[in-house]
Design a protein around this ligand. Structure first.
Ligand SMILES: [Zn+2]
Ligand SMILES: [Zn+2]
Length: 168
């Protein structure tokens, strides 16, 4: 069992060599706590899907998740996996990356806004960017344009700090 996180991660992208077991364990602990608090069920399938999403910080698609689900209650097709992913998404435990049709685990479930997603072209990892000033600026600009936002998708492709440092 990993130790409790003492500090909040400052960098959205963790160091390449980090204790990922700790990321995954604390994510599963948080998920269990959130589902218990909301009175929703983290079923065995939902739990296993979330574990697979937390295999790494690289986005994973429903078909890859399905391929890795073993055992007697392995779902027959993608719809079951999509339903589990929908549940996880509704509860803020994963975020969907529209441009990749793939998912990442949320390290801080319960945040107010949909995050911006940074996708590293080099290592393939994705991380969240939260910036309330940018959120507010976009909301104001959309409102000024007479546009009512129902869903906001912000995805950025580039190079993470680790990969930039390696290239330098
Ligand atoms: Zn990690
Ligand atoms: Zn990278």
């Amino acid at each position: 069992m990993g130790a409790k996180a003492g500090t909040k991660a400052a960098a959205p992208f963790p160091a390449q060599e980090h204790d990922h077991g700790h990321c995954a364990t604390s994510a599963m602990d948080r998920a269990a706590a959130i589902c218990a608090a909301r009175g929703v069920r983290l079923t065995e399938l939902r739990r296993r899907v979330l574990e697979l999403v937390w295999t790494s910080h690289r986005p994973i698609g429903a078909y890859d998740i399905l391929a890795q689900l073993g055992g007697p209650d392995r779902p027959a097709g993608p719809p079951t996996v999509y339903r589990a992913l929908d549940f996880l998404q509704e509860n803020g435990l994963v975020h969907r990356i529209a441009s990749l049709n793939a998912y990442i685990g949320c390290p801080d479930p319960g945040h107010a806004f949909a995050p911006g997603i940074m996708i590293c072209e080099e290592c393939g990892r994705a991380a969240e960017l939260h910036d309330s000033a940018a959120d507010n600026a976009l909301s104001r600009a959309a409102a000024a344009a007479g546009f009512a936002i129902t869903r906001r998708t912000i995805e950025m492709v580039g190079r993470c700090r680790d990969c930039a440092a390696q290239a330098a």
